[in-house]
Design a protein around this ligand. Sequence first.
Ligand SMILES: NC(=O)c1ccc[n+]([C@@H]2O[C@H](COP(=O)([O-])OP(=O)(O)OC[C@H]3O[C@@H](n4cnc5c(N)ncnc54)[C@H](OP(=O)(O)O)[C@@H]3O)[C@@H](O)[C@H]2O)c1
Length: 199
Amino acid sequence: MRIGVLGSGGMAEALGGRWVAAGHEVLIGGRSPERSRELASRIGAVAGSPADAVAFGDAVLLAVPAAVAVDVLGAAPGRVVIDCTNSVVPGRFVLDEPRVAARLASASGAHVVKAFNLCHVDVWRRPSLTFEGRPLGVPLCGDSASALEVVRELVRSIGCVSVDGGPLERAELLEAATAFAIGLWVGGADVRSMFPTIT
Ligand SMILES: NC(=O)c1ccc[n+]([C@@H]2O[C@H](COP(=O)([O-])OP(=O)(O)OC[C@H]3O[C@@H](n4cnc5c(N)ncnc54)[C@H](OP(=O)(O)O)[C@@H]3O)[C@@H](O)[C@H]2O)c1
């Protein structure tokens, strides 16, 4: 697949690099041409403008701060856009930008899928995405069946399994749950202990 990436920071590098390694074509379209070129050459992608990233191919990863997400994406009618943003207020771990995915969809006209926001960037940087013998689960929320299928394939291709999170209106729950979990992690809680397997 061809994936355009808006942003040239940590998530752009971690996910973009994994997709290149999985055989996809990736275009990095950050706001700084120099940083985009530098990242692209590091991970084996190509560089372009933000507009190039939106137009590039099968999906667009939006990897910028939530506060600027709507403005950075702009109009993108019919495009498949993966929203991995989190808008967590440091220290309070509440949302300062609620319903980012839903607002992105209505402002841009894109088929937005909320995905890849739950785990810290260091998880996406790990050599393997299998933990305790199981592939990492990636929750997806979206309304477009075809967009969800594109993102499921991107999840599969990096060795993870997608978890159906329901329609885009439920993305706000994923955004809030992520903020809650980040607060627990930062506070030193064992988040995994709260979700036992019951057989
Ligand atoms: N870090 C994590 O653990 C993690 C995990 C899951 C989801 N996320 C979410 O993923 C998104 C990206 O996070 P990240 O860790 O990659 O952050 P990052 O390393 O700080 O990179 C942010 C990127 O956004 C760009 N940017 C900032 N302000 C911009 C603006 N006004 N217009 C255009 N581009 C702008 C930056 O460009 P410059 O380099 O030019 O400043 C940079 O390329 C965020 O929404 C974050 O909440 C992060």
